[in-house]
Design a protein around this ligand. Sequence first.
Ligand SMILES: [Fe+2]
Length: 233
Amino acid sequence: MRDMQSFGQNIWTVSGDDVRMYAVLPFTTRMTVVRLESGGVWLHSPVRPTPECQRAVDLLGPVEHLVAPNKIHSLGITPWKALYPSARVWASPAFNKRHPDIAVDTLLTNDIEAPWSGEIDHCVIDGHAVLDEVWFLHKASKTLIVTDLIQKHEAAGESWLWRGVKGMAGVLGEDGGVPLDIKLSVRNKVAMRRGIETVLAWDFDNLIVAHGHCLQGGAKEDVRRAFDWITDA
Ligand SMILES: [Fe+2]
């Protein structure tokens, strides 16, 4: 059962299936749901829809937008598109290269204007060798929505082995931050710093991450801390 949980005004989260990164590392997953002023629904990093999940989303309004925030988070795009054929698919800059089989309406760049742009800001966090992540700000609830660049995996229920691995990678618990493997594979620190500084100028207090603990309050300080290795560079 995947309960939809309110996160703030017109914003909810839904847990998805657990997945395995690198075939072994257990990850919980999370979708973010925003109800737009139009009454339409915007789904970020959609998890695989179940009948309960679809019913809960349907109660909010018609799904108008499906967002793949980086090229790894593709899982729910196709099944949600099958349920809502008129939904528009937005994806990260390099998404098409990895998923040529998934039809994308618009690749996200910093200068595109979307129908949801008045309510949701977006910024491409450039500079990583592989990951092409886009971050979003839901302005009404002052919530920053991040996918993989910050992770805060829950310790409860994890084996000692995975707690140890995630602790060493810097992604365990509420203090988790940028995964070590991502830090080690940044290609252009200046470009990444530019993106982070853009986001730090946004007005937000709360943080939703795709993997692990979310934050109600204190999010800006948390993001600044998570990226102090690059903003101080
Ligand atoms: Fe992820």
